[in-house]
Ligand binder design. Structure first.
Ligand SMILES: Cc1ncc(COP(=O)(O)O)c(C=O)c1O
Length: 376
């Protein structure tokens, strides 16, 4: 790991040492099942409930609204399934650039349950067109539909941001249910969910130096939903199965650390992003950026004019020990659904650089020099 340069933090992040430290005792000595009534079980239960309380506090909500899941995908699936099955939603408004964990779930329910869905228009930058959203909400509610709006807080490929409170207000005005995939923003921005007007959010621990396989589903107290998984009575009957005790404890510690250091770390990471933007602009003729100026500070989506040299760019970067993601034609020969929706799939190759507090300007210098060499 020490010899690689890792610029794919929107895919996953390395676990922080401080997070591992709080997880280890729950893997070893505090290994009890949280449902067991003897002391080893009670210690594990305490770990889970203290974690829930901490996470709730950090998100400005009560612990009864926080459910731990296996990750962003499960949380997105649960929210959409519950909105359709338990809350009577018959139309879903989403966007063409959602993660597949939302898009494929919406498609699934629309095929099987007489549910309709529509895609909100996007601006040229890839941001939600709020006028179009409002018009769609109006039209659907006038047609007697109960609407679920599922829009991500930040896009994982290009970093566009959603004005969550504004969408929350629009949804309230139209009696709609609002779910936001916050997988790229939980742990990256301070969120006050009680003020955001949102009914569900999804988060994942591995995006902010927490463990993989543990996620968060926030369910507002205003709504009542049924479980997705049946069996034992864990997670207050909402999600059966023995809790991922050490994952949950790690999730809470990672979120706590991220929020304590938010000002300093977000500034540092944003500086890295701006530095890379400037270096690339100077080094690569014709380079462009898919991420708007005001976007998620961890993500920089770069657009390089297509040439025979861009065909194997990701592979060559990989061989040089540089981990980045394509989001487009580089690795698969197929543009992503996000690039297609934004019509950025022609005559250019996209590379997504995504940063964390562990990256340095020195690493950016190495990567830009390598890119320049590969393209010249
Ligand atoms: C925006 C977004 N939603 C959902 C997911 C899925 O999360 P997980 O891999 O934790 O299931 C991801 C992961 O890349 C993501 O970026």
């Amino acid at each position: 790991m020490s010899s690689i340069i890792y610029f794919d933090n929107a895919a996953t992040t390395p676990l922080a040492n401080e997070v591992l430290e709080v997880m280890l005792p729950f893997m070893k000595e505090n290994f009890g099942n949280p449902s067991s009534s003897y002391s080893a079980g009670r210690t594990a239960r305490l770990g889970v409930e203290v974690a829930r309380k901490k996470v709730a506090q950090l998100l400005g909500v009560t612990p009864t609204t926080i459910f731990f899941t296996s990750g962003g995908t499960e949380s997105n699936n649960t929210a959409i399934a519950a909105a359709v099955r338990d809350l009577g939603c018959t139309h879903i408004i989403t966007s063409p650039i959602e993660h597949h964990a939302v898009l494929h779930t919406v498609e699934h329910y629309s095929h099987h349950n007489n549910i309709t869905f529509s895609l909100v228009a996007l601006t040229e930058n890839g941001e939600v067109d709020y006028k179009d959203l409002e018009q769609q909400l109006q039209a659907q509610t006038q047609a007697g539909k109960k609407v679920l709006v599922s829009l991500m807080h930040a896009n994982n490929e290009i970093g566009t941001l959603l004005e969550m409170s504004h969408v929350g207000k629009l949804c309230r005005q139209h009696n709609a249910i609002f779910h936001s995939d916050c997988v790229q923003t939980v742990g990256h921005y301070p969120l006050n969910l009680s003020e955001a007007g949102v009914h569900f959010i999804s988060g994942a621990g591995h995006k902010f130096h927490g463990p993989k396989g543990v996620g968060l589903l926030y369910v507002s107290n205003e709504i009542k939903i049924n479980p997705l998984l049946y069996g034992g009575g864990q997670e207050r009957n909402m999600r059966a199965g023995t809790e991922n005790t050490y994952g949950i404890v790690g999730f809470a510690r990672a979120l706590e650390m991220a929020m304590e250091a938010f000002e300093k770390e977000s500034q540092y990471i944003n500086q890295l992003k701006q530095y890379m933007k400037a270096k690339l602009t100077a080094a690569i003729p014709g380079v462009g950026f898919n991420s708007p100026d005001h976007s998620l500070y961890t993500v920089l989506s770069v657009c390089i004019p297509q040439s025979p040299k861009t065909d194997s760019l990701l592979l060559e970067l990989d061989m040089a020990g540089i981990c980045v993601s394509s989001g487009s034609a580089c690795s698969t020969g197929e543009a992503s659904h996000v690039m297609k929706a934004l019509r950025k799939d022609n005559n250019s190759t996209t590379i997504r650089f995504s940063f964390s507090k562990f990256n340095t300007q020195g690493e950016i210098d190495v990567v830009v020099t390598k890119l320049k060499e590969l393209l010249s």
